[in-house]
Design a protein around this ligand. Structure first.
Ligand code: PGA
Ligand code: ZN
Length: 412
């Protein structure tokens, strides 16, 4: 039995140069698990609190005061570690300790246990004997909350190789489309600076439709047929457009507004025209009925909840009852602890909801979510395409390529 011998934290920076917390968990004084917490920019209203009042420094202070409570716990006892965090916190949304601390402690403990056991992290989280790689889904073009003025209102245009049979080829395809799109953008706008948004997608001065057209062109220029070898996806992140007073979606940059009905038509047109395999947060985070309309209309598209479902088991139940989505994002730090997120994954699996394990826009260079995506049988892994903190996750998939327990790619 491997027991936690120490837990220590420190303040570091994420990819947006915001302060965050990193935690080291040692088991038996020698097996280190180390995790640095990410954070979001388009945060769902019902996500747990990332940090308490006082920020990462307050989370770190609480960890120091309570670290002895973890010593002696079995490092693979995810539920026990989760319970200890919840006793310290005493709220239902980690508002005292911060979800980032719950994230870092639980994943670091599991990583430490995996080192002690000499098995990969994904194997610590699942008793299955055979796994598949989730298909990497990555941003090629960014706007909204992830990029500056002049970029599209839509937050993310994504690409996913849906045809290749091995992880190397999938990553290669996604990268080649990202590169091709840069050449197209340079031709479209000689002043394009090659600037990128927070998650590595290009951040050009374009409206939504043109951004989508050029993204499609990048795929076609390389000989791909949309919907066959590769597909586009969009994260509409529609809560960022939703104006609660006006009851309308306000597209500031392009200068138009959509009623709820017009938003459904706007999304439906894009799904049809660009043959989207993936459509995330198509409507605002409380619009369970409007999401259901799109889910019913597009059974072959992963109509995906992110801000809608916030990796919360209870909210996912509500979405399942309302038939609001056929897929859901799993972001551990939306839920808080890894235990919470694994409970969410179980609920999704038993209700035929496809999982998409995802990064945050403010990331660390860690790569544990690659394992979490594999362990939760996620169909896709949304981790971006370029930028050190994004490539770290893709490189981890490549390291795992050829692992005897992983047989091929998930089918989407
Ligand atoms: P984030 O958003 O900025 O909250 O991490 C990413 C997303 O909406 O998928
Ligand atoms: Zn999203």
């Amino acid at each position: 039995m491997t027991r936690i011998s120490s837990v220590e934290g420190r303040i570091l920076y994420n990819s947006r140069a915001s302060k965050t917390i990193e935690v080291d968990v040692y088991s038996d004084n020698k097996f280190l698990g180390r995790v640095c917490a990410p954070s979001g920019a388009s945060v769902g209203r019902h996500e747990v609190a990332g940090f308490p009042d006082g920020g990462p420094t307050q989370s770190l202070r609480i960890l120091k005061e309570n670290s002895a409570k973890f010593v002696g716990l079995e490092s693979s006892d995810l539920e026990g570690i989760h319970d200890t965090l919840n006793e310290i916190d005493g709220t239902d949304n980690y508002s005292v300790i911060g979800g980032a601390l719950a994230f870092a402690v639980t994943i670091a403990a599991t990583e430490s246990a995996s080192r002690a056991a000499g098995v990969p992290l994904f194997k610590m989280l699942s008793s299955k004997s055979s796994f598949r790689f989730p298909r990497p889904l990555g941003n090629i073009l960014g706007g909204g909350a992830h990029a500056g003025p002049g970029t599209p209102d839509i937050q993310e245009i994504l690409v996913c190789d849906i045809g290749s049979k091995n992880i190397e080829d999938v990553i290669d395809t996604n990268l080649s489309i990202h590169k091709e799109l840069r050449d197209i953008l340079e031709k479209e706008d000689p002043d394009f600076t090659n600037g990128r948004g927070d998650e590595g997608g290009w951040a050009p001065r374009l409206d939504n439709q043109r951004a989508l057209e050029l993204s499609a062109k990048a795929c076609e220029n390389l000989g791909f047929t949309l919907g066959e070898e590769v597909s586009l996806g969009v994260d509409f992140a529609a809560s960022t457009q939703w104006d609660e007073q006006k009851k309308k979606y306000v597209y500031d940059r392009e200068g138009f507004e959509n009623s709820s009905g017009e938003q459904i038509d706007f999304v439906a047109d894009i799904i049809e025209k660009f043959k989207l395999i993936y459509a995330e947060d198509t409507v605002h985070e409380e619009a369970f009925g409007d999401m259901a309309e799109l889910t019913a209309r597009f059974p072959k598209t992963l109509v995906t909840g992110d801000d809608l479902t916030v990796t919360s088991r209870n909210i996912l139940r509500k979405a399942i009852d309302a038939k609001s989505c056929n897929a859901a994002i799993l972001k551990v730090n939306q839920a808080g602890s890894l235990f919470d997120a694994m409970e969410f994954a179980k609920e999704a699996a038993s209700n035929n909801i496809k999982l998409v394990t995802s990064h945050r826009s403010g990331e660390s260079t860690d790569s544990q979510i690659a394992h979490i995506g594999i362990a939760t049988d996620s169909k896709m892994l949304k981790v971006g395409i370029v930028g050190g903190e994004r490539v770290a996750k893709l490189n981890e998939l490549l390291r795992l390529s050829g692992h005897g327990l992983i047989c091929g790619m998930a089918e989407v």
